[in-house]
Design a protein around this ligand. Structure first.
Ligand SMILES: [Zn+2]
Ligand SMILES: [Zn+2]
Ligand SMILES: [Zn+2]
Length: 132
C-alpha cells in the first residue's frame, strides 16, 4: 500500500504553512486536512480572534488554500502601515491602518471641516485649521 502522493502528511502540512507565510495573508494560520477536505483558520495578528473557513473539498492543498484566501479576505483587513492582517475590531477603516498604528480613539476630527486627521496631527490636512 502506498501513501497518498508519497509524501508524509507532516511534510505536506509544513509545505502548506510555508505557503501561508509567503502568501499575502495573516501569518497566524492553521490548517486541518480531513479526507479530501481542508479547513483553514486565520487569526488576527493583534488578538486571538480567528476565522475558520468552511470545509473546502479540493484536489490538493494549494487549490483549497486559494479558496480559503478568498474567504479570509472578507474577514481580515490589511494595515497599510505595518502590513499586518487584523480583524475588523482592530482595523481603523478611516485610515486603512490597524489600531496599533492608528488608534481609533486618538483620531482627531477637525472642528471646522470634520475631516479626520491622524493621531497627533496639529493641523487639519484638509483645511489647515488648528486641531485639539
Ligand atoms: Zn483582532
Ligand atoms: Zn499597523
Ligand atoms: Zn479641517
Amino acid at each position: 500500500m502506498q501513501l497518498e502522493g508519497g509524501i508524509p502528511v507532516e511534510e505536506r502540512l509544513a509545505k502548506a504553512q510555508d505557503r501561508c507565510k509567503s502568501a499575502d495573508l495573516p501569518s497566524k494560520s492553521m490548517m486541518v486536512a480531513q479526507g479530501g477536505a481542508f479547513q483553514f483558520t486565520f487569526y488576527c495578528e493583534l488578538c486571538d480572534s480567528g476565522c475558520t473557513t468552511p470545509s473546502i473539498a479540493a484536489e490538493g492543498v494549494q487549490e483549497a488554500f486559494n479558496q480559503a484566501q478568498q474567504e479570509a479576505r472578507r474577514y481580515f483587513n490589511r494595515c497599510h502601515h505595518c502590513h499586518r492582517w487584523v480583524c475588523d475590531g482592530h482595523y481603523n477603516e478611516d485610515l486603512m491602518m490597524c489600531t496599533a498604528c492608528a488608534p481609533r480613539t486618538a483620531l482627531c476630527a477637525c472642528q471646522r471641516c470634520g475631516a479626520k486627521n491622524a493621531p497627533g496631527a496639529r493641523f487639519c490636512v484638509i483645511c489647515g485649521a488648528r486641531l485639539g
